[in-house]
Design a protein around this ligand. Structure first.
Ligand code: HEC
Length: 138
């Protein structure tokens, strides 16, 4: 009986250690704002005019490599605003090469792919409009 207790106690200890160990990699991605010029974005109701502008830019530039519902050269982007913070998305577009070198999520995405994201210069308002468009594609 004593031995059984010891076994149960050590099993509980081992599972406790395992669950602690897995905490770090599961850090909430929505808490990560990325690295770049955008430190804070306040989201209100979706602005349809901004989303429409964003859709144009998406079709001109992003669609070379991204589809909404399928992985293409880059990952599928439907629902991306539920998986990444607005700041992270904008920083990835505005500061792509530094993000791909230093941000843990971006590094992990790059590791899985042959191609690398590259976007020409876009203004902050272009990229904010893109974010607004992506918010409509949940
Ligand atoms: C030349 C191809 C290319 C273009 C153009 C491109 N991307 Fe990407 N994108 C990628 C690749 C590849 C990745 C994965 C990271 C890597 O390997 O560089 C990525 C990753 C992303 C991610 C992260 C996805 C995730 O699952 O977290 C977002 C968001 C994104 N791109 C948005 C955009 C937007 C918005 C545009 C248009 C301004 C754009 N991308 C243009 C290739 C591209």
């Amino acid at each position: 009986m004593k031995n059984l207790f010891k076994i149960l106690a050590s099993l509980a200890f081992v599972s406790f250690v395992i669950s602690c160990g897995s905490d770090a990699p599961d850090a909430d991605p929505m808490e990560n704002k990325g690295i770049g010029p955008i430190s804070s974005v306040t989201l209100g109701d979706i602005n349809p005019a901004m989303a429409e502008e964003g859709e144009k830019t998406f079709k001109q530039i992003c669609q070379m490599c991204h589809r909404l519902d399928a992985d293409h050269i880059g990952p599928a982007l439907r629902g991306i605003t539920n998986r990444r913070s607005p700041e992270w998305i904008m920083n990835l577009v505005m500061n792509t090469s530094e993000m791909l070198q230093k941000d843990p999520i971006a590094i992990e995405l790059k590791r899985k792919r042959a191609a690398t994201m590259a976007v020409g210069d876009l203004t902050e308002s272009d990229v904010r409009n893109l974010l607004e468009y992506l918010r409509t594609q949940e």
